[in-house]
Design a protein around this ligand. Sequence first.
Ligand SMILES: *[C@@H]1O[C@H](CO)[C@@H](O)[C@H](O)[C@H]1NC(C)=O
Ligand SMILES: *[C@@H]1O[C@H](CO)[C@@H](O)[C@H](O)[C@H]1NC(C)=O
Ligand SMILES: *[C@@H]1O[C@H](CO)[C@@H](O)[C@H](O)[C@H]1NC(C)=O
Length: 342
Amino acid sequence: MYHIITFCLALIALFLRSNLAITAAIPRSVTWVHNVWEFSNETWVENIAVHANGQLLVTFISSPVVYQVYPLKVKKPALVYQFPDALAALGIAEVESDIFAVIAGNWSDKTFSGTTGSFSVWKVDVRSFESSADGSTTSPTSIVKISDILNGVFLNGLTLLDKKAGNILISDAGAGVVLKVNTITGEHDVIIDDPLMKPKPGAFPVLGINGIHIHENFLYFTNTFQNTFNRVQIHPDGTAVEPAATIAYDGLGDDFVIDAAGNAYVTQGGWNTLVEITAAGAELVVAELLNSTVVAGSTAAQFGRTRFDKNVLYVTTNGGIADPVDGYIIDGGKVVAIDLGA
Ligand SMILES: *[C@@H]1O[C@H](CO)[C@@H](O)[C@H](O)[C@H]1NC(C)=O
Ligand SMILES: *[C@@H]1O[C@H](CO)[C@@H](O)[C@H](O)[C@H]1NC(C)=O
Ligand SMILES: *[C@@H]1O[C@H](CO)[C@@H](O)[C@H](O)[C@H]1NC(C)=O
């Protein structure tokens, strides 16, 4: 109860503070919610991508790994790859059919800090990957390092910019910028540097721009400790047309997904919640998740890609490691399925 009240007060405070469109904590109905998988205690599941065949790929911050998760639980989750020389794996996105770009590097969920220059981007090709029912690997994945990113402070979110040219965008949550990386040549550069991407001065951990996704010529991004959801219009080469603008004060936003109609589903790990920011700018709370461990420490979300689960949102969580539920409850990081209905 305490948590719900805190949550509502926080939303009201945000509402009063903002002159933007937050209508209040309106609940959004969902058809069902269930756990796809809960990993062991203190596993921080950080990000998610979905195969065309329906399987899910998730990254961890608590160890430098990518796991494949089977939404219908036909098999146990299987280790796809463990990155060498890194503490964590972060943003992931498909760059070619069944080939995923993934960030690895040193950011620690024990110290909540990282090492500038330790980050790298990899290509994880799962076309050859197979696992058995107990989760053991029967045919390994093939891996190519795209590049070290020596000027990276805290590389975090990753999204595809241009499939044909092989370009991705990466958010640097520490430097408060966006980089473009070519997944074929490894060439990379900072291409957007905007005040709305910067970490909030004095806040710990140092975390500004976080999740990034492109929808119709706009790059959308959360800024976690500035509590904002923003967008900037971009050219086809990823550079900004104009300065970014805040479209909602959405709390402690982490990663998110945008549906075809332009509605964003934004995780708010610190509030154990998931909100929908509609294309019109209204904010709805995806129901029943307020102060529970259902999506404790939510980190990222993606829709299913088969005709059976295209309305199902798969949400990853850190189990509350960063911000325990009700101040003390931590459980294993999860993949949670939420059917939003047609
Ligand atoms: C999970 O980890 C937390 C933090 O270390 C601990 O307080 C809690 O008791 C653990 N829970 C279980 C079920 O082991
Ligand atoms: C990451 O941290 C580990 C453990 O401290 C260290 O062994 C490794 O060299 C670091 N990697 C990079 C790329 O700095
Ligand atoms: C909120 O948390 C309290 C205890 O922490 C619990 O009794 C209550 O059922 C929870 N409410 C929801 C909606 O999860």
